[in-house]
Design a protein. Structure first.
Length: 340
């Protein structure tokens, strides 16, 4: 790409996120609190995890996002508590965003096989940008392919924003199905760095769910013993709407213990009846009896931006569940959702 083209693409990227679109991860269930606060405590154990995403690596500049989280389930209180730290950074202007949140969830047992869980999150957020490195669209002379003036010209406002925010969600599931809904940015914090603008972050609504099918079990040979190998397939959807934009992802995940293979299609629908195909997402992961789960996914761009220009997106996830043999008073079905 030419230098001018890269500036134009990066200008679009900065404007897109400054208008209030949240970072989009591909491994939804490996980043559970970012999907839905009701997932706090959903493993019935203690858990920690980390996610990393590199968006459009083929560009000269980078857009990186990461999340770290942990939670614990208190059986006596039917409650889960958690913490999440998430953020993103764009290298061209060194603009960055971060959020630190505390979560609480409560679980209701509706029957022997169905559960309802509701969750809440309170957060502190920060947004920083270096104005002296930003190039406005009005400074791009498309006919001559040059930039008019210097980076930072025309900016007046705050370079740092601090605010509070709140999110909520619910989760309803049984032995083979799950359904959830979430609402983020209930306080709609200000996201404008310009003194004359009062833009706020629009609320993000989500609906997600799926169904797991049990396949014929296999056997894993471990020295002199054989034990059952779990084999299953799950199908799922994830719908999101924020401001003027909406999107639907559909996918499938296969679990051949300990190997996990997944495939997602991202792109439907769009509010303006325009083609909205964005990417095909392939995933490979491993889930070990020790409680360690590792995942890697790659987004193959099928949008007009193109795979050769954008380079797609790489995403890594790590999760560790502190499993215990402690006997529990209550017997709950395991959440059948995707692992990644």
């Amino acid at each position: 790409m030419s230098k001018f083209s890269i500036f134009a693409v990066l200008f679009f990227l900065v404007c897109f996120f400054s208008k209030g679109q949240d970072v989009q991860y591909s491994q939804f269930y490996a980043n559970p609190f970012y999907l839905n606060p009701a997932f706090a405590g959903s493993t019935d154990e203690s858990r920690v995890g980390f996610n990393f995403r590199n968006q459009w690596p083929a560009l000269d500049q980078s857009f990186l996002a990461s999340t770290a989280y942990g939670d614990h389930y208190f059986e006596n209180l039917n409650s889960g508590v958690g913490v999440i730290i998430t953020g993103a950074k764009e290298s061209f202007t060194q603009s960055q965003w971060y959020e630190v949140g505390l979560l609480y969830s409560y679980r209701l047992k509706l029957s022997e096989s169905t559960l309802f869980q509701i969750g809440f999150q309170g957060s502190f957020t920060g947004r920083d940008v270096y104005f002296d490195r930003v190039i406005l669209g009005t400074q791009l002379d498309i006919n001559r392919g040059v930039i008019i003036g210097q980076p930072g010209d025309g900016f007046e406002g705050e370079s740092k924003l601090r605010s509070f925010d709140a999110h909520t969600g619910f989760l309803f599931y049984g032995k083979k199905f799950w359904m959830g809904g979430s609402a983020f940015h209930l306080l709609e914090p200000s996201i404008s760095f310009l003194s004359e603008s009062e833009n706020t972050l629009p609320m993000r609504f989500g609906v997600h769910g799926g169904y797991r099918f049990e396949l014929a079990p296999g056997y894993i040979n471990e020295y002199l013993n054989n034990y059952d190998q779990e084999r299953s397939m799950a199908i799922a959807f994830n719908y999101r709407q924020q401001g003027l934009y909406n999107q639907l992802d559909i996918g499938a995940e296969f679990f051949f213990e300990p190997l996990i293979l997944g495939l997602w299609y991202r792109g439907l629908p769009t509010k303006y009846q325009l083609p909205n195909s964005e990417s095909l997402i392939a995933l490979v992961g491993i889930s070990l009896d020790s409680g360690i789960e590792l995942g890697y996914s790659f987004d193959f761009s099928v949008s007009k931006l193109g795979q050769s220009v954008s380079g797609g997106a790489h995403e890594l996830s790590f999760r560790y569940v502190f499993t215990s043999n402690k006997r529990r008073k209550n017997s709950y079905p395991a959440l059948p959702s995707f692992r990644f």
